[in-house]
Design a protein around this ligand. Structure first.
Ligand code: FAD
Ligand code: AMP
Length: 477
Protein backbone atom coordinates (compact mmCIF):
# COMPACT_ATOMS: atom_id res chain seq x y z
CA UNK A 1 0.00 0.00 0.00
CA UNK A 2 1.24 3.50 -0.92
CA UNK A 3 1.17 5.47 2.34
CA UNK A 4 3.31 8.23 1.02
CA UNK A 5 3.18 11.81 2.20
CA UNK A 6 2.70 14.48 -0.47
CA UNK A 7 2.77 18.25 -0.38
CA UNK A 8 -0.44 18.22 -2.42
CA UNK A 9 -2.96 15.58 -3.46
CA UNK A 10 -5.35 16.61 -6.23
CA UNK A 11 -8.63 14.72 -6.64
CA UNK A 12 -9.69 14.74 -10.29
CA UNK A 13 -7.68 15.23 -13.48
CA UNK A 14 -10.09 17.41 -15.45
CA UNK A 15 -9.03 20.89 -16.62
CA UNK A 16 -9.23 22.18 -13.04
CA UNK A 17 -7.33 19.32 -11.39
CA UNK A 18 -4.65 18.56 -13.97
CA UNK A 19 -3.75 22.23 -14.33
CA UNK A 20 -3.57 22.62 -10.53
CA UNK A 21 -1.32 19.54 -10.31
CA UNK A 22 1.04 20.82 -13.00
CA UNK A 23 1.27 24.31 -11.47
CA UNK A 24 1.95 22.83 -8.01
CA UNK A 25 4.73 20.68 -9.50
CA UNK A 26 6.19 23.69 -11.34
CA UNK A 27 6.36 25.44 -7.98
CA UNK A 28 8.45 22.61 -6.54
CA UNK A 29 5.78 20.65 -4.69
CA UNK A 30 5.58 16.89 -4.49
CA UNK A 31 2.18 16.15 -6.08
CA UNK A 32 -0.12 13.16 -6.52
CA UNK A 33 -3.30 13.28 -8.60
CA UNK A 34 -6.05 10.68 -8.21
CA UNK A 35 -8.54 10.21 -11.05
CA UNK A 36 -11.15 7.54 -11.71
CA UNK A 37 -12.17 8.28 -15.32
CA UNK A 38 -12.46 5.28 -17.64
CA UNK A 39 -13.03 5.85 -21.35
CA UNK A 40 -15.49 3.81 -23.41
CA UNK A 41 -12.84 1.12 -23.91
CA UNK A 42 -12.52 0.82 -20.13
CA UNK A 43 -9.05 2.42 -20.04
CA UNK A 44 -8.03 5.20 -17.62
CA UNK A 45 -8.09 8.54 -19.42
CA UNK A 46 -7.03 11.91 -18.05
CA UNK A 47 -8.68 15.26 -18.84
CA UNK A 48 -12.05 14.68 -17.16
CA UNK A 49 -15.31 15.72 -18.80
CA UNK A 50 -13.65 18.42 -20.90
CA UNK A 51 -11.28 16.20 -22.86
CA UNK A 52 -13.25 12.95 -22.83
CA UNK A 53 -16.90 13.91 -23.33
CA UNK A 54 -17.10 17.72 -23.26
CA UNK A 55 -15.28 20.65 -24.83
CA UNK A 56 -12.93 18.73 -27.12
CA UNK A 57 -15.13 16.00 -28.63
CA UNK A 58 -18.02 18.46 -29.09
CA UNK A 59 -15.78 20.97 -30.88
CA UNK A 60 -14.29 18.19 -33.01
CA UNK A 61 -17.74 17.11 -34.20
CA UNK A 62 -18.81 20.74 -34.62
CA UNK A 63 -15.82 21.19 -36.95
CA UNK A 64 -16.62 18.06 -38.97
CA UNK A 65 -20.30 18.91 -39.26
CA UNK A 66 -19.48 22.52 -40.17
CA UNK A 67 -17.33 21.30 -43.07
CA UNK A 68 -20.09 18.97 -44.22
CA UNK A 69 -22.71 21.73 -44.05
CA UNK A 70 -20.41 24.11 -45.92
CA UNK A 71 -19.81 21.51 -48.64
CA UNK A 72 -23.50 20.77 -48.99
CA UNK A 73 -24.89 24.30 -48.72
CA UNK A 74 -22.18 26.87 -49.40
CA UNK A 75 -19.65 25.46 -51.85
CA UNK A 76 -21.95 25.93 -54.86
CA UNK A 77 -22.02 29.70 -54.26
CA UNK A 78 -18.21 29.70 -54.53
CA UNK A 79 -18.44 27.84 -57.83
CA UNK A 80 -17.24 24.61 -56.26
CA UNK A 81 -19.16 21.54 -57.31
CA UNK A 82 -19.25 18.53 -55.05
CA UNK A 83 -20.60 15.26 -56.31
CA UNK A 84 -21.44 12.28 -54.14
CA UNK A 85 -21.12 14.17 -50.86
CA UNK A 86 -21.56 11.76 -47.99
CA UNK A 87 -21.10 11.98 -44.22
CA UNK A 88 -19.41 8.81 -42.99
CA UNK A 89 -20.38 8.97 -39.32
CA UNK A 90 -18.17 6.07 -38.28
CA UNK A 91 -15.08 7.86 -39.65
CA UNK A 92 -16.19 11.16 -38.12
CA UNK A 93 -16.58 9.59 -34.68
CA UNK A 94 -13.27 7.72 -35.05
CA UNK A 95 -11.52 11.02 -35.86
CA UNK A 96 -13.11 12.59 -32.79
CA UNK A 97 -11.86 9.67 -30.68
CA UNK A 98 -8.37 10.10 -32.14
CA UNK A 99 -8.28 13.80 -31.22
CA UNK A 100 -9.48 12.99 -27.70
CA UNK A 101 -6.94 10.21 -27.34
CA UNK A 102 -4.03 12.38 -28.50
CA UNK A 103 -4.95 15.09 -26.00
CA UNK A 104 -5.58 12.81 -23.04
CA UNK A 105 -2.26 11.04 -23.73
CA UNK A 106 -0.68 14.48 -23.83
CA UNK A 107 -1.70 15.02 -20.22
CA UNK A 108 -0.05 11.74 -19.23
CA UNK A 109 3.13 13.06 -20.85
CA UNK A 110 2.82 16.38 -19.00
CA UNK A 111 2.34 14.54 -15.70
CA UNK A 112 5.48 12.48 -16.37
CA UNK A 113 7.50 15.56 -17.35
CA UNK A 114 6.42 17.28 -14.13
CA UNK A 115 7.03 14.17 -12.00
CA UNK A 116 3.42 14.05 -10.79
CA UNK A 117 2.38 10.73 -9.25
CA UNK A 118 -0.75 9.54 -11.01
CA UNK A 119 -3.05 7.21 -9.11
CA UNK A 120 -6.00 5.66 -10.89
CA UNK A 121 -9.00 5.01 -8.66
CA UNK A 122 -11.80 6.52 -6.62
CA UNK A 123 -10.63 9.01 -3.99
CA UNK A 124 -12.42 9.78 -0.77
CA UNK A 125 -11.42 12.20 1.95
CA UNK A 126 -10.84 11.23 5.54
CA UNK A 127 -9.98 13.44 8.49
CA UNK A 128 -6.30 14.25 9.00
CA UNK A 129 -5.80 15.19 5.33
CA UNK A 130 -5.94 11.61 4.18
CA UNK A 131 -7.10 10.59 0.72
CA UNK A 132 -8.16 6.96 0.46
CA UNK A 133 -8.15 5.36 -2.95
CA UNK A 134 -10.33 2.41 -3.87
CA UNK A 135 -11.20 0.63 -7.08
CA UNK A 136 -14.38 2.07 -8.51
CA UNK A 137 -17.43 0.49 -6.98
CA UNK A 138 -15.75 -1.85 -4.46
CA UNK A 139 -15.11 0.64 -1.65
CA UNK A 140 -12.02 -1.24 -0.36
CA UNK A 141 -9.12 1.11 0.32
CA UNK A 142 -6.20 0.23 -1.91
CA UNK A 143 -3.95 3.16 -1.12
CA UNK A 144 -3.94 5.87 1.50
CA UNK A 145 -2.27 9.17 0.64
CA UNK A 146 -1.33 11.79 3.22
CA UNK A 147 -1.08 15.40 2.16
CA UNK A 148 -0.36 18.82 3.61
CA UNK A 149 -2.86 20.23 1.14
CA UNK A 150 -5.73 18.68 -0.77
CA UNK A 151 -7.31 20.16 -3.89
CA UNK A 152 -10.75 18.75 -4.75
CA UNK A 153 -11.44 18.98 -8.48
CA UNK A 154 -13.99 16.19 -8.87
CA UNK A 155 -16.08 18.04 -11.47
CA UNK A 156 -19.70 17.53 -12.41
CA UNK A 157 -22.08 15.10 -14.11
CA UNK A 158 -25.05 15.54 -16.42
CA UNK A 159 -28.34 16.17 -14.63
CA UNK A 160 -30.73 13.25 -15.18
CA UNK A 161 -34.47 13.65 -15.59
CA UNK A 162 -36.77 10.99 -14.18
CA UNK A 163 -39.17 11.87 -16.97
CA UNK A 164 -36.59 11.08 -19.62
CA UNK A 165 -34.42 8.19 -18.37
CA UNK A 166 -31.35 7.45 -20.50
CA UNK A 167 -31.77 4.31 -22.64
CA UNK A 168 -29.29 2.45 -24.84
CA UNK A 169 -30.72 3.42 -28.22
CA UNK A 170 -33.20 6.26 -27.90
CA UNK A 171 -32.62 8.71 -25.05
CA UNK A 172 -29.07 10.00 -24.59
CA UNK A 173 -27.15 12.35 -22.34
CA UNK A 174 -24.57 14.73 -23.83
CA UNK A 175 -21.86 12.04 -23.77
CA UNK A 176 -24.10 9.60 -25.66
CA UNK A 177 -24.89 12.29 -28.23
CA UNK A 178 -21.18 12.39 -29.15
CA UNK A 179 -21.28 8.70 -30.07
CA UNK A 180 -24.24 8.36 -32.47
CA UNK A 181 -23.60 5.70 -35.11
CA UNK A 182 -25.88 7.36 -37.68
CA UNK A 183 -27.72 10.61 -38.28
CA UNK A 184 -31.20 10.42 -36.76
CA UNK A 185 -33.85 11.74 -39.15
CA UNK A 186 -35.56 13.53 -36.29
CA UNK A 187 -33.84 14.58 -33.08
CA UNK A 188 -35.28 16.14 -29.95
CA UNK A 189 -33.12 18.03 -27.47
CA UNK A 190 -34.37 18.83 -23.97
CA UNK A 191 -32.69 22.07 -22.88
CA UNK A 192 -31.58 24.92 -25.16
CA UNK A 193 -28.50 25.90 -23.14
CA UNK A 194 -25.00 25.89 -24.59
CA UNK A 195 -24.64 22.09 -24.60
CA UNK A 196 -28.07 21.47 -26.14
CA UNK A 197 -27.46 24.10 -28.82
CA UNK A 198 -24.02 22.76 -29.73
CA UNK A 199 -25.12 19.12 -29.92
CA UNK A 200 -28.31 20.10 -31.74
CA UNK A 201 -26.16 22.02 -34.25
CA UNK A 202 -23.85 19.04 -34.88
CA UNK A 203 -26.68 16.72 -35.88
CA UNK A 204 -28.73 19.39 -37.61
CA UNK A 205 -25.78 20.21 -39.89
CA UNK A 206 -25.48 16.52 -40.71
CA UNK A 207 -29.13 16.37 -41.74
CA UNK A 208 -31.32 15.79 -38.66
CA UNK A 209 -34.50 17.75 -38.19
CA UNK A 210 -33.84 19.15 -34.71
CA UNK A 211 -36.38 20.42 -32.17
CA UNK A 212 -35.11 21.94 -28.92
CA UNK A 213 -37.55 22.07 -26.00
CA UNK A 214 -36.62 24.72 -23.46
CA UNK A 215 -38.53 25.12 -20.20
CA UNK A 216 -37.72 28.81 -19.73
CA UNK A 217 -39.57 31.55 -21.56
CA UNK A 218 -36.38 33.44 -22.35
CA UNK A 219 -33.59 32.27 -24.63
CA UNK A 220 -29.98 32.27 -23.31
CA UNK A 221 -30.92 34.50 -20.35
CA UNK A 222 -27.30 34.97 -19.26
CA UNK A 223 -26.40 36.59 -22.58
CA UNK A 224 -27.08 40.22 -23.49
CA UNK A 225 -30.68 40.46 -24.76
CA UNK A 226 -29.74 41.89 -28.17
CA UNK A 227 -27.24 39.07 -28.71
CA UNK A 228 -29.60 36.28 -27.63
CA UNK A 229 -32.30 37.71 -29.93
CA UNK A 230 -29.87 37.77 -32.85
CA UNK A 231 -28.62 34.25 -32.12
CA UNK A 232 -32.18 32.93 -31.80
CA UNK A 233 -33.10 34.38 -35.20
CA UNK A 234 -30.00 32.94 -36.82
CA UNK A 235 -30.49 29.46 -35.31
CA UNK A 236 -34.16 29.39 -36.39
CA UNK A 237 -33.11 30.39 -39.92
CA UNK A 238 -30.68 27.51 -40.15
CA UNK A 239 -33.44 25.09 -39.19
CA UNK A 240 -33.08 24.62 -35.44
CA UNK A 241 -36.67 24.60 -34.17
CA UNK A 242 -36.32 26.13 -30.67
CA UNK A 243 -39.53 26.00 -28.63
CA UNK A 244 -39.46 28.14 -25.49
CA UNK A 245 -41.78 27.75 -22.53
CA UNK A 246 -41.82 24.03 -23.31
CA UNK A 247 -41.79 22.02 -20.10
CA UNK A 248 -41.19 18.31 -20.44
CA UNK A 249 -44.04 16.18 -19.04
CA UNK A 250 -43.17 12.63 -20.11
CA UNK A 251 -41.32 10.41 -22.55
CA UNK A 252 -41.88 6.86 -23.71
CA UNK A 253 -40.28 4.68 -26.34
CA UNK A 254 -42.76 3.02 -28.69
CA UNK A 255 -42.29 1.54 -32.14
CA UNK A 256 -38.68 2.73 -32.36
CA UNK A 257 -39.62 6.35 -31.63
CA UNK A 258 -39.31 8.51 -28.54
CA UNK A 259 -42.74 9.98 -27.79
CA UNK A 260 -42.41 13.25 -25.89
CA UNK A 261 -45.18 15.15 -24.18
CA UNK A 262 -44.48 18.71 -23.13
CA UNK A 263 -46.53 21.62 -21.96
CA UNK A 264 -46.41 25.10 -23.44
CA UNK A 265 -48.69 28.15 -23.22
CA UNK A 266 -51.32 26.34 -25.34
CA UNK A 267 -51.39 23.21 -23.15
CA UNK A 268 -50.02 19.68 -23.58
CA UNK A 269 -48.22 18.98 -26.87
CA UNK A 270 -46.95 15.75 -28.33
CA UNK A 271 -44.04 15.15 -30.63
CA UNK A 272 -42.00 12.08 -31.59
CA UNK A 273 -38.35 11.73 -32.47
CA UNK A 274 -35.95 9.03 -33.61
CA UNK A 275 -33.62 10.05 -30.79
CA UNK A 276 -33.72 12.39 -27.83
CA UNK A 277 -30.83 14.19 -26.09
CA UNK A 278 -31.25 15.35 -22.50
CA UNK A 279 -29.08 18.46 -21.96
CA UNK A 280 -30.61 20.16 -18.93
CA UNK A 281 -27.45 21.16 -17.09
CA UNK A 282 -24.86 19.57 -14.83
CA UNK A 283 -24.54 18.98 -11.10
CA UNK A 284 -21.42 18.92 -8.92
CA UNK A 285 -19.89 15.51 -8.06
CA UNK A 286 -19.86 16.20 -4.33
CA UNK A 287 -21.47 12.92 -3.26
CA UNK A 288 -19.29 9.83 -2.58
CA UNK A 289 -16.33 12.08 -1.80
CA UNK A 290 -16.38 12.17 1.99
CA UNK A 291 -18.47 11.17 4.98
CA UNK A 292 -20.07 13.17 7.79
CA UNK A 293 -16.84 13.04 9.79
CA UNK A 294 -15.41 15.63 7.38
CA UNK A 295 -16.44 19.16 8.27
CA UNK A 296 -16.64 20.36 4.69
CA UNK A 297 -19.56 22.67 4.02
CA UNK A 298 -21.78 21.90 1.05
CA UNK A 299 -24.36 24.43 -0.13
CA UNK A 300 -28.03 23.72 -0.92
CA UNK A 301 -27.20 22.98 -4.59
CA UNK A 302 -24.52 20.47 -3.57
CA UNK A 303 -21.55 22.66 -4.46
CA UNK A 304 -18.62 22.52 -2.04
CA UNK A 305 -18.67 25.88 -0.30
CA UNK A 306 -15.54 27.97 -0.92
CA UNK A 307 -14.46 31.60 -0.58
CA UNK A 308 -13.05 33.64 -3.46
CA UNK A 309 -9.69 31.88 -3.04
CA UNK A 310 -11.31 28.44 -3.33
CA UNK A 311 -10.58 27.68 0.34
CA UNK A 312 -13.14 25.29 1.86
CA UNK A 313 -14.31 25.38 5.45
CA UNK A 314 -11.35 23.09 6.35
CA UNK A 315 -7.90 24.77 6.33
CA UNK A 316 -5.58 23.20 3.76
CA UNK A 317 -8.44 21.74 1.71
CA UNK A 318 -9.36 23.60 -1.47
CA UNK A 319 -12.03 22.98 -4.12
CA UNK A 320 -11.98 24.20 -7.72
CA UNK A 321 -13.77 23.85 -11.06
CA UNK A 322 -17.30 22.57 -11.64
CA UNK A 323 -17.63 21.33 -8.05
CA UNK A 324 -17.74 24.92 -6.74
CA UNK A 325 -19.88 27.99 -7.50
CA UNK A 326 -19.53 29.93 -10.71
CA UNK A 327 -19.94 29.02 -14.36
CA UNK A 328 -19.18 25.40 -15.24
CA UNK A 329 -16.43 26.19 -17.71
CA UNK A 330 -13.07 24.53 -18.25
CA UNK A 331 -11.03 27.76 -18.29
CA UNK A 332 -12.64 28.97 -15.06
CA UNK A 333 -11.58 25.72 -13.34
CA UNK A 334 -8.06 25.89 -14.78
CA UNK A 335 -7.53 29.46 -13.57
CA UNK A 336 -8.79 28.46 -10.12
CA UNK A 337 -6.28 25.59 -10.18
CA UNK A 338 -3.43 27.98 -10.93
CA UNK A 339 -4.59 30.40 -8.24
CA UNK A 340 -4.80 27.69 -5.56
CA UNK A 341 -1.39 26.21 -6.47
CA UNK A 342 0.22 29.65 -6.25
CA UNK A 343 -1.51 30.51 -2.98
CA UNK A 344 -0.30 27.22 -1.46
CA UNK A 345 3.19 28.35 -2.54
CA UNK A 346 2.66 31.60 -0.63
CA UNK A 347 1.86 33.86 -3.58
CA UNK A 348 -1.06 36.32 -3.60
CA UNK A 349 -2.78 35.12 -6.78
CA UNK A 350 -6.49 35.64 -7.45
CA UNK A 351 -9.08 35.01 -10.17
CA UNK A 352 -11.04 37.86 -11.74
CA UNK A 353 -14.52 36.36 -11.52
CA UNK A 354 -16.01 39.38 -13.29
CA UNK A 355 -14.19 38.56 -16.51
CA UNK A 356 -14.87 34.92 -17.33
CA UNK A 357 -15.55 34.60 -21.05
CA UNK A 358 -18.60 32.52 -22.02
CA UNK A 359 -18.83 30.96 -25.47
CA UNK A 360 -21.41 28.95 -27.38
CA UNK A 361 -19.74 27.26 -30.35
CA UNK A 362 -22.65 27.36 -32.78
CA UNK A 363 -22.59 29.14 -36.14
CA UNK A 364 -22.51 32.05 -35.67
CA UNK A 365 -20.74 31.67 -32.35
CA UNK A 366 -21.93 33.59 -29.31
CA UNK A 367 -19.41 34.96 -26.81
CA UNK A 368 -19.42 37.49 -24.07
CA UNK A 369 -17.48 38.82 -21.10
CA UNK A 370 -18.32 41.41 -18.49
CA UNK A 371 -21.70 42.94 -17.78
CA UNK A 372 -24.81 42.91 -19.99
CA UNK A 373 -26.67 46.15 -20.72
CA UNK A 374 -29.57 44.85 -18.64
CA UNK A 375 -27.29 44.16 -15.64
CA UNK A 376 -25.86 47.68 -15.94
CA UNK A 377 -29.37 49.17 -15.97
CA UNK A 378 -30.38 47.09 -12.95
CA UNK A 379 -27.25 48.19 -11.07
CA UNK A 380 -27.80 51.82 -12.08
CA UNK A 381 -24.51 52.00 -13.99
CA UNK A 382 -24.68 54.73 -16.69
CA UNK A 383 -23.40 53.41 -20.03
CA UNK A 384 -22.67 54.24 -23.65
CA UNK A 385 -23.24 51.39 -26.08
CA UNK A 386 -21.68 50.84 -29.48
CA UNK A 387 -22.73 48.12 -31.92
CA UNK A 388 -21.44 47.02 -35.27
CA UNK A 389 -23.30 44.56 -37.53
CA UNK A 390 -21.24 41.79 -39.10
CA UNK A 391 -23.09 42.48 -42.37
CA UNK A 392 -21.01 45.69 -42.62
CA UNK A 393 -17.68 43.83 -42.28
CA UNK A 394 -15.83 43.22 -45.53
CA UNK A 395 -14.17 40.08 -44.20
CA UNK A 396 -17.47 38.70 -42.91
CA UNK A 397 -18.95 39.25 -46.38
CA UNK A 398 -16.02 37.46 -48.01
CA UNK A 399 -16.67 34.58 -45.64
CA UNK A 400 -20.47 34.71 -46.12
CA UNK A 401 -20.70 35.07 -42.35
CA UNK A 402 -22.80 38.22 -42.13
CA UNK A 403 -25.12 37.18 -39.29
CA UNK A 404 -24.65 38.84 -35.94
CA UNK A 405 -23.03 41.86 -34.36
CA UNK A 406 -20.48 43.12 -31.87
CA UNK A 407 -21.73 45.17 -28.93
CA UNK A 408 -19.47 47.11 -26.59
CA UNK A 409 -20.71 48.62 -23.35
CA UNK A 410 -18.61 51.39 -21.80
CA UNK A 411 -19.11 53.37 -18.60
CA UNK A 412 -20.69 56.70 -19.54
CA UNK A 413 -18.40 58.75 -17.31
CA UNK A 414 -15.07 56.90 -17.39
CA UNK A 415 -15.44 55.29 -20.86
CA UNK A 416 -14.01 52.09 -19.34
CA UNK A 417 -15.25 48.98 -21.18
CA UNK A 418 -17.48 46.93 -18.89
CA UNK A 419 -19.02 44.41 -21.25
CA UNK A 420 -18.45 42.99 -24.72
CA UNK A 421 -21.05 40.79 -26.40
CA UNK A 422 -20.56 39.10 -29.73
CA UNK A 423 -22.69 37.01 -32.05
CA UNK A 424 -20.46 36.30 -35.06
CA UNK A 425 -18.30 33.74 -36.81
CA UNK A 426 -15.22 33.12 -34.64
CA UNK A 427 -16.69 34.99 -31.68
CA UNK A 428 -14.78 32.52 -29.48
CA UNK A 429 -11.52 34.01 -30.78
CA UNK A 430 -12.72 37.62 -30.95
CA UNK A 431 -13.80 37.67 -27.31
CA UNK A 432 -10.19 37.19 -26.16
CA UNK A 433 -9.38 40.68 -27.44
CA UNK A 434 -12.20 42.08 -25.34
CA UNK A 435 -11.08 40.20 -22.24
CA UNK A 436 -7.52 41.49 -22.65
CA UNK A 437 -8.81 45.04 -23.10
CA UNK A 438 -11.02 44.81 -20.03
CA UNK A 439 -8.29 43.20 -17.89
CA UNK A 440 -6.03 46.11 -18.83
CA UNK A 441 -8.78 48.57 -17.87
CA UNK A 442 -9.05 49.86 -21.45
CA UNK A 443 -11.54 52.52 -22.45
CA UNK A 444 -13.64 52.39 -25.61
CA UNK A 445 -11.42 55.19 -26.88
CA UNK A 446 -8.31 53.04 -26.31
CA UNK A 447 -9.76 50.41 -28.63
CA UNK A 448 -10.97 53.08 -31.05
CA UNK A 449 -7.40 54.45 -31.27
CA UNK A 450 -5.87 51.02 -31.87
CA UNK A 451 -5.08 49.94 -35.44
CA UNK A 452 -6.67 46.66 -36.57
CA UNK A 453 -5.58 44.79 -39.70
CA UNK A 454 -7.89 44.92 -42.70
CA UNK A 455 -9.82 42.91 -43.68
CA UNK A 456 -10.43 41.00 -40.46
CA UNK A 457 -13.40 40.08 -38.30
CA UNK A 458 -11.54 41.86 -35.49
CA UNK A 459 -12.19 45.19 -37.20
CA UNK A 460 -15.78 44.77 -36.00
CA UNK A 461 -14.50 45.23 -32.45
CA UNK A 462 -12.72 48.39 -33.55
CA UNK A 463 -15.88 49.68 -35.25
CA UNK A 464 -18.06 48.84 -32.23
CA UNK A 465 -15.60 50.77 -30.03
CA UNK A 466 -15.84 53.72 -32.45
CA UNK A 467 -19.63 53.37 -32.34
CA UNK A 468 -19.59 53.88 -28.56
CA UNK A 469 -18.85 57.52 -29.41
CA UNK A 470 -21.00 57.53 -32.53
CA UNK A 471 -18.13 57.59 -34.96
CA UNK A 472 -18.13 54.16 -36.60
CA UNK A 473 -16.98 54.45 -40.20
CA UNK A 474 -18.71 51.56 -41.95
CA UNK A 475 -22.13 51.81 -40.37
CA UNK A 476 -24.38 54.50 -38.99
CA UNK A 477 -23.85 54.57 -35.21
P1 FAD B 1 -14.25 17.47 -14.82
O1 FAD B 1 -13.75 17.81 -16.16
O2 FAD B 1 -15.62 16.92 -14.68
O3 FAD B 1 -13.18 16.45 -14.20
C1 FAD B 1 -13.36 15.86 -12.96
C2 FAD B 1 -12.51 14.60 -12.90
O4 FAD B 1 -12.54 14.11 -11.57
C3 FAD B 1 -13.04 13.47 -13.78
O5 FAD B 1 -11.97 12.87 -14.47
C4 FAD B 1 -13.65 12.50 -12.79
O6 FAD B 1 -13.59 11.13 -13.22
C5 FAD B 1 -12.75 12.71 -11.58
N1 FAD B 1 -13.37 12.34 -10.31
C6 FAD B 1 -14.58 12.72 -9.82
N2 FAD B 1 -14.77 12.23 -8.58
C7 FAD B 1 -13.63 11.53 -8.28
C8 FAD B 1 -13.22 10.79 -7.15
N3 FAD B 1 -13.96 10.70 -6.05
N4 FAD B 1 -12.01 10.17 -7.20
C9 FAD B 1 -11.22 10.28 -8.30
N5 FAD B 1 -11.56 10.96 -9.38
C10 FAD B 1 -12.75 11.59 -9.38
N6 FAD B 1 -16.50 24.10 -21.00
C11 FAD B 1 -15.84 25.05 -21.66
O7 FAD B 1 -15.17 25.87 -21.04
N7 FAD B 1 -15.87 25.12 -23.02
C12 FAD B 1 -16.60 24.26 -23.76
O8 FAD B 1 -16.61 24.35 -24.98
C13 FAD B 1 -17.31 23.24 -23.10
N8 FAD B 1 -18.03 22.34 -23.80
C14 FAD B 1 -18.66 21.34 -23.13
C15 FAD B 1 -19.39 20.42 -23.88
C16 FAD B 1 -20.04 19.38 -23.25
C17 FAD B 1 -20.81 18.38 -24.07
C18 FAD B 1 -19.95 19.25 -21.83
C19 FAD B 1 -20.62 18.11 -21.12
C20 FAD B 1 -19.24 20.16 -21.08
C21 FAD B 1 -18.60 21.22 -21.73
N9 FAD B 1 -17.88 22.18 -21.02
C22 FAD B 1 -17.24 23.18 -21.69
C23 FAD B 1 -17.78 22.16 -19.55
C24 FAD B 1 -16.43 21.58 -19.13
O9 FAD B 1 -16.29 20.29 -19.65
C25 FAD B 1 -16.35 21.58 -17.61
O10 FAD B 1 -16.57 22.87 -17.12
C26 FAD B 1 -14.98 21.10 -17.14
O11 FAD B 1 -14.68 19.82 -17.62
C27 FAD B 1 -14.91 21.12 -15.61
O12 FAD B 1 -13.63 20.76 -15.22
P2 FAD B 1 -13.35 20.07 -13.81
O13 FAD B 1 -11.89 19.76 -13.83
O14 FAD B 1 -13.91 20.89 -12.73
O15 FAD B 1 -14.19 18.71 -13.82
P1 AMP C 1 -27.17 24.76 -19.41
O1 AMP C 1 -27.35 24.84 -17.92
O2 AMP C 1 -26.59 25.97 -20.07
O3 AMP C 1 -26.51 23.48 -19.86
O4 AMP C 1 -28.65 24.68 -19.99
C1 AMP C 1 -29.60 23.73 -19.62
C2 AMP C 1 -30.95 24.23 -20.11
O5 AMP C 1 -31.92 23.22 -19.89
C3 AMP C 1 -31.44 25.48 -19.37
O6 AMP C 1 -31.74 26.46 -20.32
C4 AMP C 1 -32.68 24.98 -18.64
O7 AMP C 1 -33.68 25.98 -18.55
C5 AMP C 1 -33.15 23.83 -19.50
N1 AMP C 1 -33.98 22.85 -18.79
C6 AMP C 1 -33.79 22.36 -17.55
N2 AMP C 1 -34.76 21.45 -17.24
C7 AMP C 1 -35.58 21.37 -18.32
C8 AMP C 1 -36.78 20.61 -18.64
N3 AMP C 1 -37.30 19.75 -17.78
N4 AMP C 1 -37.35 20.80 -19.86
C9 AMP C 1 -36.80 21.67 -20.76
N5 AMP C 1 -35.70 22.41 -20.50
C10 AMP C 1 -35.08 22.27 -19.31
Amino acid sequence: MNNKQYDVVVIGAGPAGYVAAIRCAQLGMNVACVDEWLNHKGDPSLGGTCLNVGCIPSKTLLESSHLYAAASKEFADHGITVKGLHADIETMIARKDRVVNELTQGINALFKANKITLVHGHASLSPGKTVKVSDRGNGKTRESLQADNIIIAAGSSAVRLERAPITDDYIFDSAGALEFDSVPKTLGVIGAGSIGLELGSVWSRLGSEVVLLEAMDSFLPAADKRISREAFRSYQQQGLDIRLNARLLSTSVKQKKVHVTYEDTRGAQQVKFDRLIVAVGRKPNSDHLFGDEMELEIDEREYIHVNKYCETSVPGIYAIGDIVRGPMLAHKGSEEGIMVAERIAGQKSSVDYDLIPSVIYTHPEVAWAGKTEHACATAGIPVNVGTFPMAASGRARAMAATDGLVKIIAHKETDRIIGVHICAAQASELIAQAVIAMEMGASAEDLAMTMFAHPTLSESIHEAALAVHKRAIHTRS
